[in-house]
Design a protein around this ligand. Structure first.
Ligand code: UD1
Length: 420
């Protein structure tokens, strides 16, 4: 088990390259199950969740190699159609193999994902969507068992806008026989990245980037060389850390359009944000002003950045209200930030951060991936040293965070520890 020692009081300055998007890669990798042969994914990040997906696909017979950020996946010898509990319990996105497996092989056995640190996260829409395409679904012994000789096109409406369910159902519909209409599809950039890649592979999809997709099923897809979009959540974390430390940081390898909601709020708080086609520079000279945010579906403010915004607002003048409409209980980071001296009150689906109180280093515990990032940010702004336990949560989604922040002047040590 690793922990971080974060030394506070440093102003971040310099340039940092953003990695490929974890959440997009997790959706792109299982598309290898839809075809036969060797596929290449560029701009692939290297983090723990990608390792979990690699082991899962590897256990099914997919051959893999990662050189730099180029991942090659060879699906010529698939030997298993099962996602065992040992992988799924580590990462809910393991369920992304369900759609491709049942679409191409007519059967899939995937462990049901369990609970989650920030509230209930059902998979009913994944299953309803696949059922609508003709899959027989049975849940037994903790496993989803899906079977169907050939999926059939259908009309399916997602009752809730869901990234994961959209990924699974789109990935299945492309090989279904006939026409599928999907409505209220999630339009997060990661879903669009997947749809564009499937198009490259020979899928027939129209309406990409909108909430309605028309898909004409094809008999087979072919392997391609595709690219993962830049990670908008990693980028947002660096943007907020830059502003929080009154720094001056330029992010490279970013897609600024994906970050519009965060950029606008940063500007409202008093930061200067300069944008080119693929870079964003964030500068902050003064104490930020408190700004409220409401996390909602894309293009709204991302739920995966609300914990980092709360950390940022600890340094602001005034009180800011942080609301999460996607995961209303995603405030597990609050008691940990309070250990550093934060003044935060929580209510139903929101918290109120009272800024400009002195933060002092303490020992805190990561509870989930993005909560961990908020602790690192608070540690950077705190006086003294902050010890962050269980940074394995952080490693799920950030590639070498301490090294990247170190390149901007932060002092963060990683240590092995027996503490849990
Ligand atoms: C994905 C992201 C996660 C992000 C979230 C919201 C990945 C690997 N993870 O998670 O980082 O926080 O989108 O942007 O990309 N829901 C149902 N039934 C379902 C599926 C979802 O009720 O079958 C609900 C969820 O409980 C939640 C809402 O729909 O309230 C949105 O969740 P969803 O978009 O599915 O999140 P994930 O795909 O799990």
């Amino acid at each position: 088990m690793d922990k971080f020692l974060v030394h506070g009081g440093v102003r971040l300055q310099g340039s940092v390259a953003i990695s490929g998007a974890k959440n997009a890669s997790l959706a792109l990798m299982p598309t290898c199950l839809l075809t036969n042969g060797s596929m290449t994914l560029r701009n692939t990040p290297n983090n723990r969740d990608l390792g979990t997906m690699s082991r899962l696909l590897g256990s099914m017979g997919v051959g893999m190699s990662l050189e730099g950020d180029t991942l090659t996946l060879d699906s010529s010898n698939i030997t298993s159609h099962e996602a065992p509990y040992e992988h799924v319990k580590q990462m809910r996105a393991s369920i992304y193999v369900l759609g491709p497996l049942v679409a191409r092989y007519g059967e899939a056995r995937v462990s049901l994902p369990g609970g989650c640190n920030f509230g209930p996260r059902p998979v009913d829409l994944h299953l309803k969507g696949l059922e609508k395409l003709g899959a027989q679904i049975e849940v037994s012994g903790g496993y989803i068992i899906a079977t169907c000789p050939r999926l059939q096109g259908a009309h399916f409406h997602f009752d809730i806008s869901s990234v994961g369910a959209s990924v699974n159902v789109i990935s299945a519909a492309v090989l279904a026989k006939g026409h599928t209409t999907l409505t209220n599809v999630a339009i997060e950039p990661e879903v669009t990245n997947l749809a564009m890649m499937l198009l490259q592979m020979g899928a027939k999809i129209s309406g990409i980037g909108t909430t309605t997709l028309e898909i004409e099923g094809v008999d087979e897809l072919h392997p391609v060389v595709a690219a993962t979009i830049p990670d908008r959540i990693e980028a947002a974390t660096f943007m907020l850390a830059a502003a929080m430390t009154k720094g001056d940081v330029t992010l490279t390898n970013v897609e600024p359009e994906h970050l519009d909601a965060v950029t606008q709020k940063l500007i409202d708080s008093g930061a200067t944000v300069d944008v080119t086609d693929n870079t964003i520079r964030v500068r902050m000279d003064d104490t930020p002003e408190a700004v409220d945010i409401t996390a909602s579906i894309y293009p709204g403010f991302p739920t995966d950045t609300q914990a980092q915004w709360a950390a940022y607002m600890l340094t602001a003048n005034g009180a800011s209200r942080i609301k999460d409409t996607i995961y209303p209980t995603r405030f597990g980071y609050v008691p940990e930030l309070q250990r550093l001296g934060a003044h935060i009150e929580t209510g139903e689906g929101y918290c109120v951060v009272k800024g400009n109180h002195k933060l002092t280093g303490a020992t805190v515990m990561s509870s989930d991936l993005r909560a961990s990032a908020s602790l690192v940010m608070a540690g950077l702004a705190a006086e003294g040293q902050t010890e962050i336990l269980r940074v394995y949560h952080l490693d799920r989604g950030y590639e070498k965070l301490e090294a990247k922040l170190g390149g901007l002047g932060a002092v963060i040590e990683r240590h092995r520890t027996e503490e849990y």
